[in-house]
Write a protein that binds this ligand. Structure first.
Ligand SMILES: Cc1cc2nc3c(=O)[nH]c(=O)nc-3n(C[C@H](O)[C@H](O)[C@H](O)COP(=O)(O)OP(=O)(O)OC[C@H]3O[C@@H](n4cnc5c(N)ncnc54)[C@H](O)[C@@H]3O)c2cc1C
Length: 651
């Protein structure tokens, strides 16, 4: 790592071989694997080692997905790849890579001390998660990803990898090279001042797009940074395929698993009015059906377009309608049963489960206590006593299956030397097994390290061009910051505006008819922010104002991709329910005529949606065929020869 100054701008300049932006579970492992592979000139820049989703989130039983390693259940990389691929809109080579490296990634974490449970014979036990035909999932409890991060941070420190905290990357740099575009670094803000970074390779590990939604269970303060790459013109994949689910708002947490299996009383209130409306009741044929669906929400947590009309996701839709459309607030009350609750009317599965768990108790609180006392304790640790306080909930953005379009080495498909790992990498398709996100993030580190160590270890950066790109970006940013001094709109107000827009039009419920106006407003906002800047009352918030540029741009690109997908007839899939007032299937007789669900066009599962932004207001999307799972030659002798010749690291 070399430090100097960008003349004549007097901006600190760092040159490093490989720059990693972000220190979640994915970025940390990329750094560790690069160092292990012999790439030692490394630097992580990050908002902070304690920031981001991985170290600040969890769930009832936070899941890590991997190859099955227990009992007599047959499993193989191919079988796991087929499960990943079966979710639809996922490239087969990416599925095979995520499957093949899953054991290596998992045992790396085990070796670092992450306490994944095994039996007395050393078998790593597993359970079935959503969209999983086997028992491949494992967990260490509510905080799996946090413990992964802690173990990886210790390893980063032991390896002596340089980390600069308190950095907000505000722009990626690229130059023309070899007939295309090549990423060559980033601009970041630290303590109110700009810094420039130049690198042979840039690993973007900035997580999912938490900053795009008002209703979000991403940790408070986690905004994500995919907009940095979209702004640069990096191709994206499957942007509309986000995952949503019910979550608490004060302290952000998925109310999955036992929180729902305890069947709390669900009600809504209007602002300032005391009347509590148990709004779900009219939509179910009986109280028994309502509470059975509520119970099922526990293990059918993400909103699922296939479970709306007569399934548990009708609850999600009704909560969305109360909060986003009717402006009411929705609460889960564990102190009392809802109207008509009678355990004798539950369906057999729910009743048996509660009976076997010793949870056929008189109140939701008693049931939760019997099912999972740790779930109660978690809220208590955050100052929330579920015996006394109802829990405010909403249908929240939780994960992005889509992201940047990268090859099987995690390198951007159209910007050379820009790698994407973790949630910012759009490797997943329409649906994914629960826990596959954490696996994909770890696997990415091995792929990036292998490719860089074996193909991009040298020095090839055209320095003059890279310096020119950095100087011009710093100058342009300084000019934008100067405009902020007189900006009419505060950065918080601007951010709130697109977050509301995204939750209303780009969230779990989408209507093609509403998107053109939302997109027009989004681009109008992008242009206003560019032209006028964003005001901030506190100089410490300048980085947040600057961050608004890429986030505002990202919301517009996401909305454009959603419009394209709906216009091409993708319909309702994954967690996204598409409404079509003309042709859809009426969801419920008590809902208005606009609540008609557009059916999924399953043929689209054989394609991925690719999106590229060429500048403000210029976004192109297109469907491309899914690549099949490779069936290459795995004969030992020939593979060994290719391995020894170094061919396995790609051209
Ligand atoms: C409530 C919840 C429950 C979940 N449960 C599961 C589960 O059970 N199983 C599963 O597989 N997945 C789950 N996920 C998803 C999974 O946790 C995430 O996909 C994963 O942790 C993302 O890891 P990451 O390293 O890509 O990003 P993150 O952990 O978010 O890290 C991103 C890093 O980038 C930094 N950063 C961001 N922007 C910038 C910038 N501009 N400049 C500098 N640094 C920046 C952040 O500070 C952070 O260090 C869950 C997610 C949520 C929200």
């Amino acid at each position: 790592m070399k430090q100097s100054t960008l003349t004549p701008l007097n901006t600190p300049l760092v040159r490093v071989h490989t720059l990693i932006i972000g220190s979640g579970a994915a970025g940390l492992n990329a750094a560790v694997q690069l160092a292990e592979a012999g790439v030692r000139d490394l630097l992580i820049i990050t908002e902070g080692l304690q920031a981001g989703t991985s170290i600040n989130t969890g769930s009832d039983k936070q899941t890590y997905y991997k190859l099955s390693l227990c009992g007599d259940e047959a499993d193989s990389p191919r079988a796991l790849a087929e499960t990943l691929y079966a979710g639809g809109s996922m490239h087969g080579d990416l599925a095979l890579v995520e499957a093949s490296l899953s054991t290596r990634a998992f045992f790396h974490l085990v070796g670092l001390g992450v306490p994944f449970p095994h039996d007395g014979y050393g078998q790593y036990v597993g359970y079935k998660t959503d969209h999983d035909p086997r028992q491949r999932a494992t967990s260490i409890g509510p905080y799996t990803s946090r413990e992964m991060c802690r173990a990886l941070i210790a390893r980063v420190q032991a390896l002596g990898i340089a980390v600069r905290e308190g950095r907000v990357a505000t722009q990626l740099l690229a130059i023309d090279a070899d007939g295309g575009r090549r990423c060559c670094g980033a601009i970041a803000m630290a303590n109110g001042a700009l810094e420039a970074y130049l690198a042979e390779n840039v690993v973007l590990a900035v997580g999912g797009p938490g900053g795009l939604y008002a209703d979000s269970v991403y940790p408070q303060g986690h905004t994500g940074g995919i907009g940095l790459a979209l702004w640069l013109g990096a191709r994206a994949r499957n942007l509309p395929d986000l995952q949503f689910g019910l979550a608490s708002l004060g302290w952000r947490w998925n109310v999955s698993g036992s929180y729902m299996q305890a069947m709390p009383r669900v009600y809504s209130v209007a602002a300032g009015a005391p009347h509590e409306d148990e709004f779900l009741s009219p939509y179910f044929a009986s109280a028994g059906e309502l509470y059975t669906r509520l119970f099922q929400k526990g293990y059918q947590w993400p909103t699922d377009a296939e479970r709306v009309s007569d399934g548990s996701s009708l609850i999600d839709l009704l909560v969305y309608r109360e909060t986003v459309q009717r402006g009411r607030r929705v609460y889960l009350d564990y102190a009392r049963n809802g109207q008509g609750y009678d355990e004798a009317t539950l369906d057999r599965e729910a009743h048996d489960y509660l009976a076997r768990s010793g949870a056929l108790r008189g109140t939701p609180l008693a049931r939760l206590q019997a099912l999972n006392p740790a779930a109660l304790a978690l809220y208590a640790e955050h100052g929330i006593d579920l015996a006394r306080q109802p829990l405010e909930v909403a249908l929240c953005a939780q994960h992005s299956n889509g992201g940047l379009a990268a090859d099987s080495w995690c390198e951007s498909e159209n910007i050379a030397r820009l790698f994407a790992v973790g949630e910012v990498n759009g490797s997943h398709g329409a649906r994914r097994p629960g826990g596959a996100a954490l696996n994909a993030g770890q696997v990415g580190g091995f792929r990036v390290a292998g490719r860089i160590a074996h193909r991009y270890a040298g020095d090839s950066l055209p320095l003059a061009a890279a310096l020119a790109a950095a100087s011009s970006a710093v100058q342009e940013t300084q000019a934008w910051l100067a405009r902020c001094a007189t900006a009419p709109g505060h950065w918080r107000a601007e951010r709130a505006a697109w977050q509301e827009r995204m939750s209303a039009h780009g969230g779990p419920i989408r209507a093609l008819s509403a998107l053109p106006a939302a997109i027009a407003a989004a681009w109008e906002q992008v242009q206003r922010i560019e032209a006028q800047g964003c005001a901030c009352t506190d100089p410490a918030e300048v980085a947040e104002a600057l961050r608004n540029r890429q986030l505002a741009f990202a919301q517009a690109v996401y909305l454009e991709a959603m419009r394209y997908a709906l216009a091409s007839g993708v319909g309702s899939r994954g967690s996204a329910i598409a409404l079509d007032a003309d042709a859809g299937e009426h969801i419920h007789p008590l809902l208005g005529a606009e609540w008609r669900l557009a059916p999924e066009d399953v043929a689209r599962r054989g394609q991925v949606l690719e999106t590229v932004a060429h500048g403000s207001g210029q976004v192109a999307s297109a469907w491309a065929p899914v690549r099949p799972i490779p069936t290459g030659d795995t004969w030992f002798e020939t593979t060994w020869a290719r391995y020894q010749a170094g061919e396995v690291w790609g051209p």
